[in-house]
Every structure is written in structure tokens, then in C-alpha cells.
Ligand binder design. Structure first.
Ligand code: GRF
Length: 203
């Protein structure tokens, strides 16, 4: 059974989907703890499922490194096999990435390497894209630059707002995330052998 820590910042709808999946005894992973960088609404899902949670507030720290060190200490208590960033709106400091790499995955609401960063949905709309997507990647030191584990296209429809497009992407993100975690747990996806994608010359 794969033990998973999930880190969130927001409403935690992707977390909720993973909790629902893991409630099925045939699902090969269990969420052992949920962490957040603020008093995120999504922590209520953990409480409802009786899963422990912790908060390491960004605001209480003087640097990304100090925040990351406390986050790392919390994660070490639970010794998860895998860390899922599910809407955590903070970059992990390099020390945390290297401590857990390659066992950290992230969901992203765009078809990477298109539209990386905090505003992937907004940026796709602003670019006039006719399609965008959802991706699950391994976290590395860059901003959404790690190897892609799964991704799928989502159409941009006439009249889409950032909200409507994001709401169409999220169910795809959830499905991909649940499938990736299952494949990792079942040994069909070995994170240790996933190759880095080539960086562009400018990065
Ligand atoms: C997801 O689209 C995630 O990829 C993005 O923020 C959203 C999280 O939503 N970075 P939720 O908190 O799971 O509802």
C-alpha cells in the first residue's frame, strides 16, 4: 500500500477526489496526511475523512528555505512514499525537492510545457489557445519543468472564462492524478526511471 501526503493551498477538490478514490479498499494507495501553507478550505476534506493534517503558514517564515525546512520536518513525521502537490501555490525550496525527489508529483491545469506557472488557465485564454489541457508531472527545481507522467487535452470553448475553463480542466486533472498514483502504487510507473524532459536553451 503506497502512503501519500497531499499538500494544498485552496479548496482541495483534487484532494477530495483522491480521498474518495482511496476510500475504495481496492485502490492501492492511502492518504496518510494533508498539509497546507495556510488555513485552506480543503483541510475540511481531510477532517471529514479522519485524516491528520498540518499547516505550515507561509506568513510565519522569513524565507522560502525556513518555510520549507518546517514543511520537510512535518512530512518526515509521516514518512510518505509519495508527496502529491494538489494546488499548493508555493514553490518548494530546492532542499525539499532534493530530499524527496523523485517522489513528489504535481498536478497542473495546462498541457505542459505550454503555460507553466501559477496562472496556467488564465495564460491559455490570454494567448487565444483553442485547446489547453491538464498534466501530472514529477516536481523538479524549475517551475512546472519536471518530467510529464500523464497529460490530456481539454478544448477551450467560445465564451470561456478563467473559471469555466478551469472547472472543465479540473475533472481531467483528478482523473489523471488518481490514475498516476495508482500506477505508481502498482509498480507500473517507476519514478526512479522517469527521464527529465530536455530544457530549452534559455532555461
Ligand atoms: C488545480 O487546478 C491545480 O492544478 C491548480 O489549482 C487547482 C487546485 O484546485 N494549481 P483544488 O484546490 O484542488 O480545488
Amino acid at each position: 500500500m503506497l502512503s501519500v501526503a497531499v499538500l494544498i493551498s485552496g479548496t482541495g477538490s483534487n484532494l477530495r477526489a483522491l480521498l474518495d478514490a482511496a476510500a475504495d479498499p481496492s485502490y492501492p494507495a492511502r492518504i496518510v496526511v494533508v498539509g497546507a501553507d495556510r488555513e485552506a478550505d480543503g483541510l475540511a476534506h481531510a477532517e471529514e475523512f479522519g485524516i491528520p493534517s498540518f499547516t505550515v503558514p507561509w506568513s510565519g517564515h522569513t524565507s522560502r528555505e525556513a518555510w520549507g525546512a518546517e514543511l520537510d520536518a512535518q512530512l518526515r513525521v509521516w514518512q510518505p512514499d509519495l508527496i502529491v502537490l494538489s494546488g499548493l501555490m508555493r514553490l518548494l525550496p530546492p532542499a525539499v525537492v532534493s530530499a524527496w525527489s523523485p517522489r513528489i508529483v504535481n498536478t497542473h491545469p495546462a498541457y505542459l510545457p505550454e503555460f507553466p506557472g501559477a496562472h496556467g488557465v488564465r495564460d491559455a485564454l490570454a494567448a487565444g489557445a483553442t485547446q489547453t489541457g491538464a498534466s501530472v508531472i514529477v516536481v523538479d527545481d524549475g517551475v512546472d519543468t519536471g518530467p510529464v507522467l500523464a497529460q490530456e487535452r481539454v478544448p477551450v470553448l467560445p465564451g470561456d472564462t478563467e473559471h469555466s475553463l478551469h472547472e472543465r480542466i479540473k475533472p481531467v486533472e483528478r482523473r489523471l492524478l488518481i490514475d498516476v498514483v495508482r500506477r505508481i502504487a502498482e509498480g507500473g510507473l517507476d519514478l526512479g526511471t522517469v527521464r527529465d524532459r530536455p530544457r530549452s536553451a534559455s532555461s
